[in-house]
Design a protein around this ligand. Sequence first.
Ligand code: SAJ
Length: 418
Amino acid sequence: MRIAVIGLGYIGLPTAIMFASSGHDVIGYDIRRDVVEKVNRGIAHIVEPEIGERLREVVSKGKLRATSDYNDLKGADAFIICVQTPLSNGVPDLTYLESAIKTIAKVIEKEALVVIESTVPPGTTERMAKLLEELTGLKEGEDFYVAHAPERVMPGRIFKELVYNSRIIGGVSEKASILAEKLYRSFVKGRIFLTTATTAEMVKLMENTFRDVNIALANEFAFLAHKYGVNVYEAIELANTHPRVKIHRPGIGVGGHCLPKDPYLLLANVDEDLGLIRKARKINESMPRFAAKLLFEALGEANVDPGDAVVLVLGLAYKGDTDDVRNSPALEFIKIIEKDVKEVRTYDPYVNGTHTILEEAVKGVDAIIIATDHSMFREIEWDKLGNLMRNKIIIDGRNLVKEPPKGFIFKGIGRGDV
Ligand code: SAJ
């Protein structure tokens, strides 16, 4: 089949590669010319295991080509939409999706399938099918077919998860579901469940909302652990020995492009304040402030005037072992403290623009805040690093330091035991 993938980002590019390596002729469309040019040279513009060699292979075999010209999309049997659906001022911004639909309307031919992979508020896929009908004069379910097949992959494991995760596919018409299932079977080895478009939209948002609310609960347990003098991580580990309990991990915050946004997409078309989901968001959004509070308490204990304090943030990425800083709690933490301290330094081996040598970054600092759980931070020898610091304060926002090193003022989110 001839497949057009609209949007060559974190999801679109790997998806285009998977369709191309399973034998389809894939044309990738992106409005960013730099991305198009790189892809056509076989160079990935995102960091993801295996992506380089996989991309080179499909480009060199002529199975994947990128373009910024919508005319190149003519004749596609299927369009896969993988554009971003961000929040702007707390409201879902669907302009990228709408403009993808308008582009498709210019070139779509009869019998084509349109699949929306982007995460969207419930009801959006049906609305987009109507928009396509209005723009083309054609009819969904007769002339063309529209389905929602939400992406569910975890950055860092994308090529495994694209193949082995199960998929939810919701067609606007039944035939749309069946056609989309057939298409995704090209590379999906996991189970495929068929449902309606709006159910599929809700399922995707419920998954990430479940995770967000669970983390908020863990964060509330962390506050309580400070009151009761308990190590919340030990308590959670013990609670999770119960066969029906699975509490997530507390921490300095919830970042990335999904969890901070998806609960708001789920609530987008609802006027009542249902309480729980919004409250969970507020708890998670407050965690960088809680980390800042621990920092200022520690500076007080060390008799350091915050206005003189030099602080090092260890890790900028939103989660461990990635370079992705979208909605990173580390950035929010820096915004909160920077006006009150003398200097904020950053060190993240995956993120450009931060210090490149840890020992240099640490020289003369009063406090280190651990904001990202990069595996390599577990190997840090705190005694050695402590010798380079002016004051020895550690604020652990990711439970990386199990045993507080001797001679340090140590505070950690959820570490009521120290
Ligand atoms: N986090 C915690 N405590 C935890 C787990 C995570 O504080 O127990 C924090 C992380 O540090 C990070 C944030 O939450 O800052 C999000 O991390 P994540 O690993 O939960 O999620 P993402 O955004 O990388 O990927 C999620 C995944 N969804 C689920 O696991 C339900 C992924 O499968 C989705 O494809 C992705 O969202 C998406 O695109 O929607």
